[in-house]
Design a binder for this molecule. Sequence first.
Ligand code: ATP
Ligand code: ATP
Ligand code: MG
Ligand code: MG
Length: 258
Amino acid sequence: EEDINKVKPEYLKSFVFERKLMPSTWIVVRIDGRHFHGFSEVHEFEKPNDGQALNLMNSCAVAVIEEFQDVVFSYGVSDEFSFVLKKDSQFHERHASGIVSVIVSFFSSKYVMNWKDFFPQKELKKPPSFDGRAVCYPSTEILRDYLAWRQVDCHINNQYNTCFWMLVKSGKSKSEAQDYLQGTRAQEKNELLALQFGIDYQTLPVMFRQGSSVFWDKEDPTKIYNDEREGKCRKKVVVEHCNIIQQSFWKAHPSILD
Ligand code: ATP
Ligand code: ATP
Ligand code: MG
Ligand code: MG
């Protein structure tokens, strides 16, 4: 009798401790590739930026946005993506573990499914995995600060990596390149690229410099198309490489964070 009581669901559920994420706040789920330094070497990604690897990441983000209604915006760079859920989202009753695990596993399986579309000549040799976390941001202003932080990070890393790999490709060892760049400022890195390698940083592909923003385009009427199956107008998910730090992007897309 006593033993049977112990398998009662209410008894076992009483051990579950899960707090809801704060109500009426933007939820950001950031996922990041696990050991992608090694993953990118095993799959011989171009350095510092493999465009196809980034396009593959973007295709998975498009799928996430199409699948999960509450995701209103996402921003990605390198092996990471941030997904913004609308403030009043009740997805998984705002339980972080539910929200994060579902987005992370969906993204990972999409990555595997889409791999051959982006790397038709390359075998996928390892199962990619991603970590994920959820953070609440209580105001639109702070959410935009968060997104600006990720984009600044993109710029700083890309500038460093571009210099690093130019030095390595020109014959320096990795540790020599690292020492060479130690303590240099942004201006000096730009000069290094220009003077030593004849590269104008501003002319590098915009996806490498700005990262990728993925969202439903509700403003541009050319992005609204007729879905024949549903017999109504649907908006299209777009991938753009733009400055999301400046006010102008958010002014041009007022419905994203309305
Ligand atoms: P962790 O598991 O802690 O995240 P990590 O090896 O994934 O470790 P990150 O700081 O996330 O480390 O950095 C991701 C690394 O993956 C980059 O440093 C870069 O070497 C590689 N990488 C990711 N995307 C690309 C890409 N598109 N092109 C080239 N390299 C890439
Ligand atoms: P949710 O997204 O809320 O988890 P769900 O449809 O996954 O919804 P569950 O309560 O997790 O609902 O139940 C899983 C369902 O998947 C089962 O009801 C069953 O219909 C189906 N299912 C899972 N595994 C099997 C299996 N091996 N054989 C047949 N059906 C299965
Ligand atoms: Mg990583
Ligand atoms: Mg990373």
